[in-house]
Design a protein around this ligand. Sequence first.
Ligand SMILES: Cc1ncc(COP(=O)(O)O)c(C=O)c1O
Length: 489
Amino acid sequence: MAADQRGKAATLALRRRLLSNSCRLFFPEDPIKIVRGQGQYMYDEQGAEYIDCINNVAHVGHCHPLVVQAAHEQNQVLNTNSRYLHDNIVDYAQRLSETLPEKLCVFYFLNSGSEANDLALRLARQYTGHWDVVVLDHAYHGHLSSLIDISPYKFRDLDGQKEWVHVAPLPDTYRGPYREDHPNPAVAYASEVKRVVSSAQEKGRKIAAFFAESLPSVGGQIIPPAGYFPEVAGHIRRAGGVFVADEIQVGFGRVGKHFWAFQLQGEDFVPDIVTMGKSIGNGHPVACVATTQAVARAFEATGVEYFNTFGGSPVSCAVGLAVLDVLEKEQLQAHAACVGSFLMELLGQQKAKHPILGDIRGVGLFIGVDLIKDEATRMPATEEADYVVSRYFFLETSCICSVYCSDWERAPRLPLLFDPRPQTCWAHRVQVIPSLSSHFKQDNTKAAGAQTQATTSLHFTAPGCLRSSFSRATAGTMAADSLFLEVFR
Ligand SMILES: Cc1ncc(COP(=O)(O)O)c(C=O)c1O
């Protein structure tokens, strides 16, 4: 039976029976069954169209014809492991090297972001001869055991912090200890890393690496102050460690001005290791680690082969190359800069009107909206944000919205955004982003009704677009033309 012919309830029942409950669904109370995707749109089994506001994978659009064609053509010829000489893997490494600083010139290909970060950890340990890791609070770096250990977002709910893991505060100038009025938050937050390193060293620990997302996304769409990474790298390198930039969510042009988010930290800043995943293959499992000759040589010196059956296969590399081609041909990096600044402008206008919008921060199509209860205390409006992210709305076009929300204690943020289709930005049609607070003054019955009826006050005037709200506030990925804060009155 074709998957799309099975009713939603039957699929759900099978899933509940056969899959672990640990593998969660979006909108678990009323999951959406998606059977097709195109561009920034997804379609359910009934043919309803959604704007995909979640995806940080379908970077150049769902089922982009050039990417699909590249995979298909290579699949017809050969797909095997990377122990045979093949042009795709070297062509791909060369193309990636053209996007990176010269020093990052050795590449490893893998299948997932987690594999990339796990290899980065091995490389760092081998190169430095040290074991310990400094991470930013609230970070997530992957699902392997090694990475759960360096992900405060996860380990706090599990076994807790290992003695070889050291947590530094997020460089959050909105809610952290050093804020926008601090004369030099970059240096101040980097000093926190130095403090963490020194305290580890006092206990006889030795630092192998500092791991950070170049823009902490899981940690709440944080934009580290410029100059923070170079300062941190100085402290870490003096302690004998290396700097690992996790670009798994934020790389490949998302930030608009640069191809890599770490480049926001200054022209001269070069991490020792960069990890890539998610958007790199537009849905195909591809990942990559780029590093320096020095780090790679130390790893080689063990004499132990690095072998990864599927990593860097001819098909994966063909897909990776096609994604780079599309980014270039369709000028999506420039598009991210342009649409992103437009959205920031729109959101800025809304912020002036709605006190619940505490902070609007972003660069390119990495944008966060921080909902607050009170301007003076900046207390996170977690309940409101939870409410917003727990629903999506059906009108002619619906939006599925994202997520990484509030299972952590900080305020959820609006998503990363990426509109793969430059011609369709209807964000400018957003007329009102009313106050969530007013919704919370209502009784719950009315609020529940708002989910299915167009009783809300957010209006999109474009035919075919939402005329009610829908929403999605938090850190996830969202098509740029569907950026909206949900809202009810
Ligand atoms: C910042 C970051 N690093 C690493 C990973 C792990 O990637 P994957 O799920 O492909 O293993 C993720 C996944 O969400 C991520 O967001």
